[in-house]
Design a binder for this molecule. Structure first.
Ligand SMILES: Nc1nc2c(ncn2[C@@H]2O[C@H](COP(=O)(O)OP(=O)(O)OP(=O)(O)O)[C@@H](O)[C@H]2O)c(=O)[nH]1
Length: 230
């Protein structure tokens, strides 16, 4: 029987762990067994029960304190994730064989993992071989959604993850409660309008003039392909 789960991804601080906690509470209410796997080697604390933890395999400090490696936090994290990708059998052991249960994978926020580093794709392939049906949930802070140029950048990041991972993909806007009325209206305008026109409005200052053609071209592709509604 297939097993089902979500890869919870998105930029640092976008709310991935908070989302996992919320889903755990929801599953408690609906009486569905759920397992949350921490895949962030730099994570420090969780508000959800951790079923398996990458830090039992490797921790960020291991890479940063090693005399021969001498990585900083970002290089260290990539090193840890590459080490994890070489040891995916460890994950298989941790996951066991719970047939009807649901799984959340709380992932690190480094954007490189969803642009050109193949680690997360290797994870998805491994999970598929283990008969998992995965959905990626890309969380994006609503701060990205209140200004056209930031919005294009956020959409591109989400699109990059979608293209790289090749799973079912859902984009989720977080922290909407922090937006004031004006920002909420702006967000709704962005979600409903022709993005190219909005970017054009913003791109007419002196600094942006040089790049406005490129920004408008990208905005046009994003809206024409309906990427924002996937
Ligand atoms: N107001 C508000 N705060 C939120 C929401 N979601 C997350 N936060 C807060 O945002 C901060 C970061 O949330 P996390 O859940 O730790 O984000 P993360 O994506 O797991 O962070 P990293 O693991 O560091 O990438 C915390 O202080 C959360 O309490 C939300 O929907 N509304």
């Amino acid at each position: 029987m297939p097993r089902y789960g979500q890869l919870v991804i998105g930029p640092a601080g976008s709310g991935k762990s908070s989302y996992c906690t919320t889903i755990v509470h929801h599953c408690e209410v609906i009486k569905r067994t759920i397992h949350v796997i921490n895949l962030d080697p730099a994570a420090e604390k969780f508000d959800y029960p951790v079923a398996a933890d990458i830090r039992d395999l490797i921790q960020l400090e291991d890479a940063m304190e090693d005399e021969s490696l001498q990585y900083g936090p970002n290089g260290g994290l990539i090193f840890c994730m590459e080490y994890f990708a070489k040891n995916l059998d460890w994950l298989e052991e941790q996951l066991g064989e719970h047939e009807d249960d649901y799984y959340l994978f709380d992932c690190p926020g480094q954007i490189e993992l969803y642009s050109h580093i193949p680690v997360m794709k290797e994870l998805v392939t491994k999970l598929a071989n283990m008969n998992f049906r995965m959905c990626s949930v890309f969380l994006i802070d609503s701060q990205f959604m209140v200004e056209p140029l930031k919005y294009v950048s956020g959409v591109m990041a989400a699109l990059s993850a979608m293209v790289i991972l090749e799973t079912t993909h859902v984009n989720l806007i977080t922290k909407i409660d922090l937006l004031d009325k004006h920002s909420r209206r702006e967000m709704e305008r962005l979600l409903d309008s022709d993005l190219k026109t909005l970017v054009q409005e913003k791109s007419n200052d002196k600094f942006n003039e040089k790049y406005s053609k490129l920004s408008c071209g990208i905005a046009d592709i994003v809206s024409r392909k309906n990427i924002v509604t996937y």
